[in-house]
Design a protein around this ligand. Structure first.
Ligand SMILES: [Zn+2]
Length: 65
C-alpha cells in the first residue's frame, strides 16, 4: 500500500482527497491532504516536493529547443 512520504499515513486507493505526484522516473507518490496543504506552496511553485528519496534534486528546466 502506498503511504504518504511525509507522515507515513496509509493511502486508501480511490481517496480523492490525496494528491498524486509524478516522479521523473515514472513512479507516482501520493501525498495526504494534510501534507498537501503544507506543501502547497511548493507545488504551486512547480517544485518537486519531498519523497522517500528526498531531498529530491530539482529537475532541470526544460527549455524550448
Ligand atoms: Zn502526510
Amino acid at each position: 500500500m502506498d503511504t504518504c512520504p511525509l507522515c507515513a499515513l496509509p493511502h486508501t486507493p480511490g481517496d480523492l482527497t490525496w494528491s498524486s505526484q509524478h516522479e521523473p522516473d515514472g513512479t507516482v507518490v501520493w501525498i495526504c491532504p494534510t501534507c498537501t496543504r503544507a506543501q502547497l506552496w511548493l507545488i504551486e511553485a512547480g517544485m518537486t516536493i519531498a519523497t522517500p528519496r528526498a531531498p529530491a534534486a530539482p529537475e532541470p528546466v526544460r527549455r524550448a529547443a
